[in-house]
Design a protein around this ligand. Structure first.
Ligand SMILES: [Zn+2]
Length: 219
């Protein structure tokens, strides 16, 4: 299986078609010459939007594993996940914020690599079961302001302790409000939160998609 990458043009063309629908004008050029992608196709988020910020922690050793497990940084997701995060980001941008990514789709081999380093299901999903990251439906994110500064969320990404939980309320009103905002918009756009990790969101319609081991090119 290979990834399908397309330039930003495809999204522009899609928006064109949608925006023209009300006038019942559909670009024949687009429908005849552009392939229709299945919603479960893996795509590179960068080909669909330039409005995200990235800090892909597992492509560096700046993570709880203290190991670089990706050959290069990229945010691949299933197309339906891409559509949903773009919708969420549009809402956040109206408020002056943007989504910053820490992790996206994670090929199964990478999950195995992580499990080998830390074989503890409290920290890493057992590759035998696979996680929603392996299904292309999970994102690890936070919000940044117009200066690119991360909003205060109470803990760093991948902090393993009760303080990272949505149920932990012994935090400042500002931090609780930031977490609430992230959760509210993500839920509105079709994601479930994970109680123990404020940064993790699963696309509801991706929970039963197949675990994948497709890899992206680092060229
Ligand atoms: Zn996650």
């Amino acid at each position: 299986m290979t990834f399908y990458t397309k330039p930003l043009l495809l999204l522009c063309a899609l928006i064109f078609v949608v925006s023209c629908k009300s006038q019942t004008v559909v670009s024949n050029n687009f429908t005849e010459h552009q392939p229709i992608l299945n919603d479960t196709t893996f795509v590179n988020l960068k080909d669909y939007s330039n409005d995200f910020v990235y800090d892909m922690k597992y492509a560096t050793s700046d993570n709880f594993l203290k190991a670089k497990v990706y050959d290069c940084a990229a945010c691949f997701l299933r197309l339906k996940t891409v559509k949903a995060v773009i919708e969420a980001n549009t809402s956040f941008m109206e408020m002056g914020y943007k989504i910053k990514f820490f992790d996206c789709y994670r090929p199964l081999d990478i999950q195995k690599k992580m499990w080998k380093i830390v074989s503890n299901p409290s920290y890493v999903a057992d590759p035998k079961k696979g996680s929603i990251h392996n299904r292309g439906g999970a994102v690890d994110i936070t919000l940044v302001d117009s200066n690119g500064k991360e909003l205060e969320m109470g803990t760093s990404f991948d902090f393993f302790g009760v303080e990272a939980s949505h149920n932990y309320l012994n935090l400042s009103p500002k931090i609780l409000a930031n977490r609430q905002l992230l959760k509210k918009i993500m839920k509105e756009k079709g994601f479930n939160s994970l109680d123990s990790e404020w940064w993790h969101y699963n696309l509801k319609t991706a929970l039963n998609d197949k675990v994948s081991n497709a890899k992206w090119n680092c060229d």
